[in-house]
Design a protein around this ligand. Structure first.
Ligand code: HEC
Length: 170
């Protein structure tokens, strides 16, 4: 089955005298190549359309499993809005947890005033929510996220923002 020839490619001049035969690839080698090409095509069709192993499907399944395993993180998606209900719920949380440091009128004390328009960490809702969640432990402001959970953090943030000069002054 040898298709070997004595034909040479004739580029010895450019290749320091090294000559190369012009032989076709062996059948077994070509056969393997075609086998992999056909296999890849069939496997692609099977992977994407028959077994439905899509990346999106896998991700969705993993996210679902994660939500079951860490429900409190899934809840971090709770929405934030300064509604009368959120403010009323937030007031109760404030009185219980924050009043002793930030004062009955948010005027400050051990903690900083929250009713003026000066913010150390920013006055956008996401800043306030982040600071309540993460705290500033080295200054005595606790990490409230794990204590209160995302819903209560959002409510107390709504209360703080509703009392803030920037918002009230608008
Ligand atoms: C033990 C005292 C203490 C308690 C209790 C406390 N805080 Fe604080 N809080 C602080 C201190 C001190 C700071 C200032 C941190 C700093 O200097 O960076 C602060 C900062 C903040 C800030 C950022 C203010 C700014 O200017 O950026 C917010 C918002 C806040 N607290 C909200 C709350 C809320 C809501 C609660 C209740 C869930 C609470 N704090 C409970 C002591 C406290």
């Amino acid at each position: 089955m040898s298709k070997e020839t004595n034909r040479v490619l004739g580029h010895a001049d450019e290749a320091d005298g090294i000559e190369e035969y012009d032989n076709p690839l062996p059948d077994w080698w070509l056969g393997l190549l075609w086998f992999t090409v056909i296999w890849a095509f069939g496997y692609g069709v099977w992977y994407h359309f028959i077994s439905d192993r899509s990346q999106e499907g896998k991700l969705a399944a993993e996210m679902q499993a994660a939500e079951l395993r860490w429900p409190e993180q899934a809840m971090a998606e709770v929405s934030f809005a300064i509604t009368p209900e959120a403010v009323a719920a937030g007031e109760g949380i404030y009185v219980q947890n924050c009043l002793m440091c930030h004062g009955g009128d948010l005027e400050g004390g051990i903690g900083v005033a929250l009713n003026d328009d000066e913010w150390i960490h920013g006055g956008e809702p996401e800043d306030v929510i982040r600071i309540i969640n993460e705290g500033v432990p080295e200054k005595g402001m606790l990490t409230w996220g794990p204590i209160l959970g995302p819903e209560k953090v959002n409510q107390v943030a709504a209360y703080v923002l509703s009392k803030n000069a920037e918002l009230v002054g608008e």
